[in-house]
Design a protein around this ligand. Structure first.
Ligand SMILES: [Zn+2]
Ligand SMILES: [Zn+2]
Length: 314
């Protein structure tokens, strides 16, 4: 039998224990949450993509050769017009403190160097700088991404990486191609360079830690994913899945748009004017979807359409 005093102190102890346990659980839960991204931008530097890109026509006289889009003050996207070349590739320009990287130089006869110089000059003026070193590299070596290379070769403070696997490995210091992922520092801006042969032998993906953007070239974009080497392609996609696991991926940006906004529907090869084209940006979910399909194909890559892309063996 407990007297009234003992009963009161006992219930006080239980209450204190209960409050302590509650506080402990709350603290643990908060710690768990604070370790993973929250819906406040993921902690990366934000930027804006356009709702639509300037269309390649129908009145070509009104269309600039390259659309320049400022994602943010240190990240630019150039889109070549369909009036200039039906491939309409996307080019990327990323500024660090020491270097600026231009990924790809466009298709056909173009004036890419003049356009890139204009962006760099404006960036220099804005940052009160006299110069910055330019590195011209490539998502891969196909002609619709390297056509403007020669325009940069004679420029001062400029390095052009030859669009071939040996030159790419040497420049980025990749010793175990394609399994090794290396870092390239533009100056307070580290890029991860991920070898992704399969569409083409010298292909690389670039992960920009600052914005969380993954640049995938012709290996993943809303369109026809041409597979040249099925085994290498499947391994490259698996490599991208593993690399991005647990990382912030804000956008997966490739180098073409060939799909329409309608699911499973593409524009025919050679289409210059795409008034209802798919958005450029994809997510890591699309990467997982592609990976799952390739795993299922188990080395026998066949043509297969998905909502936002088509696997297309050559
Ligand atoms: Zn290509
Ligand atoms: Zn291409």
């Amino acid at each position: 039998m407990l007297d009234r005093f003992e009963r009161a102190s006992c219930s006080t102890i239980i209450r204190v224990c209960f409050v302590a346990a509650f506080l402990f659980l709350l603290l643990t839960a908060q710690q768990a949450i604070s370790q993973s991204p929250q819906p406040e931008g993921g902690g990366v530097r934000p930027g804006v993509l356009p709702k639509t890109w300037i269309l390649g026509g129908p009145k070509c006289i009104e269309i600039p050769e390259f659309q320049i889009h400022e994602y943010n003050e240190d990240f630019y996207i150039l889109r070549q017009s369909g009036c200039s070349h039906y491939e309409k590739p996307f080019l990327y320009l990323l500024f660090g403190k020491d270097k600026v990287l231009l990924l790809d130089t466009g298709a056909g006869k173009n004036e890419v160097a003049r356009v890139v110089k204009r962006v760099i000059d404006q960036w220099l003026a804005r940052n009160k700088r006299a110069s910055i070193n330019l590195v011209v590299a490539h998502s891969h070596g196909h002609r619709d991404h390297t056509a403007g290379d020669s325009q940069f070769e004679a420029l001062p403070a400029t390095v052009v990486v030859k669009p071939a696997a040996v030159a790419v490995q040497a420049f980025f210091n990749v010793h175990r191609w394609p399994d090794e992922i290396v870092q390239y520092d533009l100056g307070e801006r580290i890029l991860d360079v991920i070898p992704i042969p399969g569409h083409e032998a010298s292909g690389v993906a670039i992960y920009d830690r600052q914005t969380g953007i993954l640049l995938t070239g012709d290996t993943l974009y809303p369109g026809r994913l041409y597979v040249h080497d099925g085994a290498a392609f499947a391994q490259s996609i698996q490599r991208l899945v593993e690399f991005t696991r647990g990382k912030i991926v804000t956008h997966v940006l490739g180098t073409h748009i060939e799909n329409t906004r309608a699911p499973y529907l593409d524009y025919k090869i050679g289409t210059a004017y795409q008034p209802d084209e798919h958005q450029l940006e994809l997510s890591r979910g699309t990467l997982l979807e592609l990976n799952e399909a390739l795993q299922r194909m188990n080395g026998h890559v066949t043509r297969l359409a998905f909502r936002d892309f088509t696997i297309w063996p050559e």
